[in-house]
Design a protein around this ligand. Structure first.
Ligand SMILES: NC(=O)c1ccc[n+]([C@@H]2O[C@H](COP(=O)([O-])OP(=O)(O)OC[C@H]3O[C@@H](n4cnc5c(N)ncnc54)[C@H](O)[C@@H]3O)[C@@H](O)[C@H]2O)c1
Length: 375
């Protein structure tokens, strides 16, 4: 595997690749020649300043892309065209139109396309998927996700691309929240209409650091979503309420409440004025599973070898982009927005924001990732 982008996250991936029997680090690339040289020399592999040279080198069967988001699809498409497999960092790109192009290139190449949604490996998520698949939740009636993820101004000041429309293409929705959004879409499905508010509340950045939305689903269900980098502690609260039960996921874990008989049946048949269906918190037994970034890389290699299905297929990376673009567009227009998002309208919005965006100079570029995930 070749790693393109040797910053905080790329270096954590390099460590994982070197520890996995299924993978071998073959080359690295970084747009900053000093970083490429430093990491390549340290790891004793060929290094390239230009990712195109790594792709054409013939050294790699697959690449892992860990650059800022705007480059993910460009680099991924070039790799697919050269017959390489691709594992992209999240988000797979910035816009729905670019995601479409990425997915088309992957389909045409018939190569494996994965996305680094490592939270899908969590036992709670694996079990929640099983519960929903088994029908025990019933038809979804209402959803909620509240997912604050605190970041300081120092974080935004650590690299020129962060917090700008030109360098990043979005704020908390596009950088900090894709994992939570992916899980939300994976478990509850995509809404078909969102009405959002977005704003920049406490940070000196161009992009949003707070977003809230009312969601409408194709079956008529409603939901709510909230994220921010302004609030601590960072937390996850997800609720998916169905006709036959309710799933609650928070930092303490997963809970499932069964509802018997179903709400629709109880509502139609109950004679007692104050009656309620029987609610029972079911005892859950979490599956034993490997978790984290390393598990996604291992699974990606196993998929290339034809041994496993992907845990996080790249094509499913489009779901979170639809959601993120819809919220940003709705926030900017102050109007409801339909999903699928109009590719033309979103591109026009982003082009306008990029035109007004100012290049950001930083005193010292930091290439370190969150120490809680690099361990
Ligand atoms: N999955 C996760 O848990 C997780 C965590 C952190 C970051 N990420 C994602 O990883 C990506 C990188 O984030 P980071 O925190 O490592 O950023 P970073 O700034 O630390 O590193 C980015 C690196 O990419 C290099 N680069 C920029 N353009 C390039 C290009 N065209 N070709 C090659 N190299 C290029 C930069 O020089 C830098 O070294 C982002 O998309 C981010 O969302 C994912």
């Amino acid at each position: 595997m070749g790693v393109v982008g040797c910053g905080g996250m790329g270096q954590a991936h390099i460590k994982n690749i070197q520890e996995l029997p299924e993978a071998q680090l073959a080359a690295v690339s970084d747009a900053d020649p000093e970083t490429a040289k430093k990491v390549g020399t340290e790891k004793n592999v060929p290094y390239f300043g230009d990712y195109r040279k790594l792709i054409k080198s013939g050294l790699c069967d697959a690449i892992l892309i860990a650059t800022p988001h705007y480059f993910h699809h460009e680099i991924g498409i070039a790799a697919f065209k050269s017959g390489l497999h691709v594992l992209s960092e999240k988000p797979i790109t910035v816009t729905v139109a670019a995601a479409d192009a990425f997915l088309t290139a992957a389909r045409k190449s018939k190569k494996v396309f994965g996305v680094m949604f490592q939270q899908r490996t969590l036992p709670e998520i694996r079990l929640a998927r099983e519960i929903i698949k088994s029908g025990r939740l019933g038809e979804i009636q209402r959803t909620l996700m509240v997912n604050p993820q605190y970041r300081s101004q120092a974080y935004y000041n650590s690299a020129g691309w962060r917090g700008t429309w030109l360098g990043e293409g979005g704020g908390v929705l596009l950088n900090q929240s894709p994992h939570g959004i992916d899980l939300f879409m994976l478990l509850a499905g995509l809404p078909n209409r969102v009405t959002a508010k977005t704003r920049t509340k406490i940070h000196k950045i161009e992009v949003e650091d707070e977003a809230a939305a009312l969601l409408e689903y194709p079956n008529g269900a409603w939901g709510y979503y909230y994220t921010t980098t302004c609030e601590a502690p960072s937390a996850t609260l997800m609720e998916i309420s169905g006709d036959r039960g309710k799933l609650v996921l928070d930092n303490a874990g997963l809970k499932f409440y069964s509802v018997k008989p179903s709400i629709s049946k109880h509502n139609a048949t109950a004679k007692d004025m104050w009656g309620s269906p029987e609610i029972k918190e079911e005892k859950l037994s979490l599956p034993k599973s490997e978790t984290g970034h390393k598990e996604i890389v291992r699974n990606f290699c196993a998929a290339i070898l034809g041994r496993e299905e992907l845990i996080a297929p790249g094509a499913e990376g489009l779901w979170s982009i639809e959601f993120i673009n819809a919220l940003i567009l709705s926030g900017k227009k102050n109007k409801p927005v339909e999903i699928p998002v109009s590719r033309k309208e979103y591109d026009k919005l982003l082009d306008g924001l990029k035109k007004k965006s100012k290049a950001k100079k930083v005193k010292k570029v930091e290439r370190t990732t969150d120490p809680r995930i690099s361990k």
